[in-house]
Design a binder for this molecule. Structure first.
Ligand SMILES: Nc1ncnc2c1ncn2[C@@H]1O[C@H](COP(=O)(O)OP(=O)(O)O)[C@@H](O)[C@H]1O
Ligand SMILES: [Mg+2]
Length: 290
């Protein structure tokens, strides 16, 4: 995929603060979760975002999703200033910028069959004709390797990987231009991780969607990311093309992260081998779901 087009998303000098200390005014503090963060994402590109726990990755994603407010800086999506959108996020922006989080069981309603949750999303976004919704839901399920049967299951009747496929179907059914994937595969076992990463890559190839792919494990982002950004204590400290980061990390912190990444240890090599094996299997046999 060529990526010499102008950026889809431009984040510039982004700063986010949280209020802590509870209800008593004199105990209230503002703490800066991220400060002066800048990067862009091009159409069809995956930008990996890594860093240790608490470094501000989720906050960055949440600001883009308008779940956290920018204290300073700008977020421009397709030329439009996101921070100036007002209290209610416009439906069009919600359609174009979707999210997949770590724990699908918390984002899927346990009382509804999973087909319904994709259906609800379509209805929210104005697809009024039930027959059309059914057709698009089924299409989305097939796109993520689920079948007609899965439509009528409850979340707890599906495996973690299948639940995450439903979350992907829901995120992609509206044909978004950007998906923020926040630790989207971190809770899955190794071979399921490989399958979901492959699925996301295939869907990107087919649709040209961009990903902000957040993970604390460098080994995970490496397979998917065109470029990788590294965060430390609320700051973006390095941004480089994927492989370059692994071969010539300039920031000492990145080198430390690489050292700490399971992929750099002997067990990590084993883990990487297992992941590659999972990738190979999935390319040989078309996604055969249990
Ligand atoms: N809702 C919140 N209220 C107060 N502080 C928060 C909140 N969410 C995150 N933080 C703080 O902001 C910093 C960045 O957190 P986060 O973006 O979740 O990091 P990461 O996703 O990299 O683990 C951390 O110091 C964290 O404690
Ligand atoms: Mg996080």
């Amino acid at each position: 995929m060529t990526m010499d087009t102008s950026p889809l998303l431009i984040v510039e000098g982004l700063t986010v603060e949280y209020e802590t200390g509870g209800a008593l005014p004199w105990r209230r503090r503002t703490s800066r979760a991220i400060e002066n963060v800048s990067f862009d994402i091009r159409p069809g590109e995956t930008l990996g975002l890594v860093g240790e726990s608490g470094s501000g990755k989720s906050t960055t994603g949440r600001a883009i999703l308008r779940l956290a407010e920018a204290a300073a800086g700008s977020i421009r999506f397709d030329g439009q200033e996101v921070t100036a959108m007002g209290r209610r996020t416009p439906l069009a922006y919600r359609r174009h910028v979707q999210a997949i989080f770590q724990d699908p069981s918390s984002s899927l309603n346990p009382r509804h069959v999973v087909g319904r949750c994709v259906d609800d999303t379509l209805r929210t976004h104005g697809v009024d004709d039930p027959a059309k919704r059914r057709m698009r839901t089924l299409e989305a399920f097939e796109q993520v390797g689920l079948s007609r049967d899965h439509l009528h299951r409850f979340p707890n009747e599906l495996s973690g990987g299948q639940q995450q496929r439903v979350a992907i179907a829901r995120a992609l059914v509206l044909k978004p231009r950007l998906v923020v994937c926040d630790e989207a595969v971190s809770a899955l076992d190794l071979s399921t991780q490989g399958q979901i990463i492959n699925l996301l890559a295939d869907l990107q190839e087919a649709t040209g969607v961009s990903y902000l792919f957040i993970a604390h494990d460098l080994g995970i982002v490496r397979h998917l990311s065109h470029r990788i950004a590294v965060m430390k204590q609320g700051h973006l400290v390095e941004l480089a093309p994927g492989e370059q980061l692994f071969t010539a990390a300039t920031h000492p912190y990145t080198r430390k992260l690489l050292g700490a990444s399971p992929s750099a240890t002997p067990e990590g090599r084993e883990e990487r081998r297992a992941r590659r094996e999972a990738f190979r299997q999935i390319h040989e046999a078309e996604i055969a779901l249990t």
